[in-house]
Design a protein around this ligand. Structure first.
Ligand SMILES: [Zn+2]
Length: 195
């Protein structure tokens, strides 16, 4: 089953720009930034990346992310997004949430990539709560050493994966099931999930 999909296959339609929440990693930022600009350019829409970057990126928005809890970083980022999507400031209705690997901040917190994904999915839910009409997209940026790739991850697909396989493989990483709502369905059948 394929959880990660090519990000280029997911054109963002926003004509008002995009709010982007990546890790601040300066080795990855040029690729992240240029990719966002290229996606906009190729779709013929306005190039307007509105960046909120801190160590760890969008996973900081999950209330159970262990990083920088003492600074209420989740509340700060949610407030910044709220302002940027609000019509009083920028009125940007599309939010792109990033995690990446390898991420030094995730390493400091001892987070595996699976835990990062779980936090990213939770971050998406919280950003969606700001305004359910907003488009919230999750990207995973990977540096393989000789090349960088960006993947799209769908919440629904991730939950299907969690129900069919992820829970049994990775559930032990979590004190409580991070996706108790994910239950096996016919659509989570691995043959149907194959690309
Ligand atoms: Zn990082």
């Amino acid at each position: 089953m394929q959880v990660l999909e090519d990000a280029d296959a997911h054109k963002l339609e926003s004509s008002d720009g995009v709010i982007v929440v990546p890790c601040s990693d300066g080795d990855q930022m040029p690729d992240v930034f240029e990719h966002q600009c290229a996606l906009a350019r190729e779709a013929g829409r306005r190039v307007r990346p509105h960046m909120f970057s801190l160590h760890g990126g969008a996973m900081l928005i999950a209330e159970n992310c262990p990083l920088y809890r003492e600074y209420q970083v989740d509340q700060l980022l949610l407030q910044q997004i709220r302002e940027a999507e609000g019509t009083d400031l920028k009125g940007i209705g599309t939010v792109v949430l990033y995690i990446h690997a390898p991420c030094g901040a995730a390493g400091l917190a001892g987070l595996s990539l699976v835990e990062q994904v779980v936090l990213l999915i939770r971050a998406k839910e919280r950003v969606k709560e700001i305004d359910t009409t907003n488009v919230v997209v999750c990207f995973v940026h990977v540096d393989y050493g000789d090349r960088q790739r960006t993947y799209f991850i769908s919440r629904d697909r991730w939950l299907s994966y969690w129900a069919s396989l992820g829970r049994s493989l990775w559930g032990h990483l979590f004190p409580t099931d991070p996706h108790p709502e994910a239950v096996p369905t016919r659509t989570s059948d691995s043959t149907q999930m194959a690309p």
